[in-house]
Design a protein around this ligand. Structure first.
Ligand code: 5RP
Length: 253
């Protein structure tokens, strides 16, 4: 957990708080508003912002003596390690298929609360956990907030695919929707990134200025044989909390 925090992006300009501070404020606010004494099962997303959410849950369990029976359902190996690191109760969607609330990060959030997720490669399990949750809450810093997807820097839309199907999937997406589809490679080892589920990741760099119907795009891509899941989360987020540069937290629902 500490390594994740140290590795997280930091920026400090004038009176603005750092991105890490912004993430922390969003995550802590979301936990305090959504994880209550009667919350039994919480889904834990992945990424650097979620680390602060888990820290806040752990603080309430271990310092304040609250939420001692709370079960945390992970959406990745990273989330599982976090839950164990902080000595919280580890659940699973096998045992806990109905989750009260899930808290997760995002790479970009548009004005309709369509999300791009999967920057960390955990989109498949994240979507399963989100879909099992009565409420899906997003936490992010202000750089993730957009009017339209593609405004902020991001890798594009991550897509988890069966390794043997990566080439036909790439060609079909490019033919149907334009842009470019790139196989995500590991930085250190020269080879594709392998997800927690043993698959490859494609990043679809869509055409930023084109108007996409994201629901339709998501459904169409998901139908291509060999596609396991996309990082487009449409009509899933109930509320987003953004840590803003001025230190405030802005909610969008
Ligand atoms: C991982 C994700 C993350 O939630 C997303 O990439 C945001 O990460 P961070 O909180 O580090 O900005 O979808 O697959």
């Amino acid at each position: 957990a500490q390594q994740l925090l140290l590795g997280a992006q930091t920026r400090n300009m004038g009176d603005e708080i750092s991105l890490d501070e912004a993430k922390k404020k969003a995550a802590r606010t979301a936990v305090d508003e959504w994880v209550k004494e009667d919350t039994k099962i919480v889904g834990i997303g992945s990424g650097s912002t979620v680390v602060y959410a888990v820290q806040r849950i752990a603080e309430r369990v271990w310092k304040d003596g609250e939420l001692t029976d709370l079960i945390c359902v992970p959406s990745s190996y990273q989330a599982q390690h976090l839950i164990l690191d902080y000595n919280l109760n580890l659940g699973s969607v096998d045992r806990n298929p109905i989750i009260d609330v899930a808290i997760d990060g995002a790479d970009e959030v548009d004005s309709n609360m369509v999300l791009i997720k999967g920057g960390g490669g955990c989109l498949l399990q994240e979507k399963v956990v989100a879909a099992c949750s009565k409420k899906f809450i997003v936490v992010a810093d202000y750089t993730k907030k957009s009017l339209h997807l593609g405004e902020q820097w991001c890798r594009g839309v991550p897509i988890e695919v069966a390794p043997m199907a990566q080439v036909p999937i790439k060609l079909q997406i490019e033919a149907m929707f334009g842009g470019e589809v790139v196989l995500r490679m590991a930085k250190v080892k020269a080879g594709p990134i392998i997800t927690d589920n043993g698959n490859f990741l494609l990043d679809w760099k869509f055409v930023g200025k084109r108007e996409y119907n994201w629901d339709e795009v998501n459904r169409t891509i998901t139908m291509i044989p060999g596609v396991l899941e996309t990082g487009l989360f449409v009509d899933m987020a109930h509320k987003c909390y953004f840590g803003m540069a001025d230190g405030s937290v802005k909610a969008q629902s």
